[in-house]
Design a protein around this ligand. Structure first.
Ligand SMILES: [Zn+2]
Length: 324
């Protein structure tokens, strides 16, 4: 638990349009300017999606490069997190393009730990896709921003850690209130947090009108928050006023301060999460349970004689939990 509050702001997402709200930043310049406002208001991490010239979602590295450069120019210290979402783009090649960037490189990238339905379409994340994205992030030194919409996704993180596919540092966004997944109740959030592996820095996000409640619960519980127009357009439940990203950040800063929690600067966020000290823990192949050959680009494994299997996980799973 940390007293400082890490605010992760998801500025754009894949869904909001300029027709829905004038506040959603779409171009690299708009995204960078909004990131600066949010940084000034107290955000430590910026979660980025790219849009093309028509405002439609794109996976193109060239657009992400412009965005990352523009944000870095306006906010020299904010933590850069890129989306590798499967909501629209379904191939590994598309989803991993952004992970190739180096100037600047994303420090974190989203990794949804399972498949789910959004209100109108599925987000498919097969075991192979999760493994391939996780390994690519490891290879590039990018820390995954887990996205968990269900208890089962959190349970899966234990498996991924045991098999070396997720390595410290660990950061998890628990997303509540999306139709068809965990609803935004205190019981669900506390169950999700209780199911996390040890040593995970966690944040809660709420979709739509659940954003404020999810953020407030997380602040009270000692967790961190994700806010922003990706998840919610409206400042109030009655939907009388559209919000800007910076206004959302200002509001969680107020709740945090009222609870004795100052916003974490980007540098403090890095220290809390452990972003500057990626673990050299060994990587194990999920099929063979054998240690991977160091530096092998193809992920080749050592032979059984060369590599003992990983020790059983210290944190036991399988404790009966109440169903929802
Ligand atoms: Zn996103």
């Amino acid at each position: 638990m940390s007293d400082k509050l890490i605010i992760n702001v998801a500025l754009t997402g894949m869904v909001p349009t300029r027709e829905q709200t004038p506040h959603v930043p779409l171009t690299p310049a708009e995204i960078a300017e909004e990131a600066r406002r949010c940084r000034d208001a107290g955000a430590g991490i910026v979660h980025l999606h790219a849009r093309d010239a028509e405002g439609r979602p794109t996976y193109r590295r060239s657009v992400y490069r412009e965005i990352l450069r523009a944000v870095r120019a306006k906010c020299p210290d904010i933590v850069l997190c890129a989306s590798a979402s499967g909501r629209i783009f379904t191939s590994f090649e598309e989803r991993s393009e952004v992970l190739e960037l180096t100037d600047p490189a994303p420090e974190m990238a989203s990794l949804t730990l399972g498949s789910l339905n959004f209100a109108n379409e599925p987000s498919v994340n097969s075991p192979k896709m999760i493994r391939d994205l996780a390994l690519k992030m490891q290879e590039r030194g990018i820390v995954p921003e887990w996205e968990c919409f269900e208890l089962g996704m959190i349970e899966y993180s234990h498996y991924l850690i045991r098999h070396g596919l997720l390595r410290p540092p660990h950061y998890c966004n628990i997303l509540l209130g999306s139709l068809g997944t965990l609803s935004a109740t205190p019981h669900n959030l506390s169950s999700a947090v209780a199911a996390l592996p040890p040593g995970v820095t966690w944040a809660a996000a709420g979709v739509g009108r659940h954003q404020f409640a999810a953020n407030s619960m997380a602040i009270a519980m000692g967790g961190h928050v994700r806010v922003g127009l990706e998840d919610n357009l409206w400042y109030d439940d009655a939907r009388t006023r559209l919000a800007s990203n910076a206004e959302f950040v200002e509001r969680v800063v107020q709740i945090g301060r009222a609870s004795g929690r100052e916003p974490a600067t980007p540098g403090e966020a890095r220290r809390i999460i452990g972003l500057t000290t990626p673990s050299p823990a060994p990587s194990f192949c999920p099929e063979t349970n054998l240690r991977r050959r160091a530096g092998a680009a193809d992920g080749a494994c050592l032979t059984p004689a060369e590599s003992p299997p990983p020790a059983p996980s210290a944190h036991r799973r399988g404790t009966p939990r109440r169903s929802h």
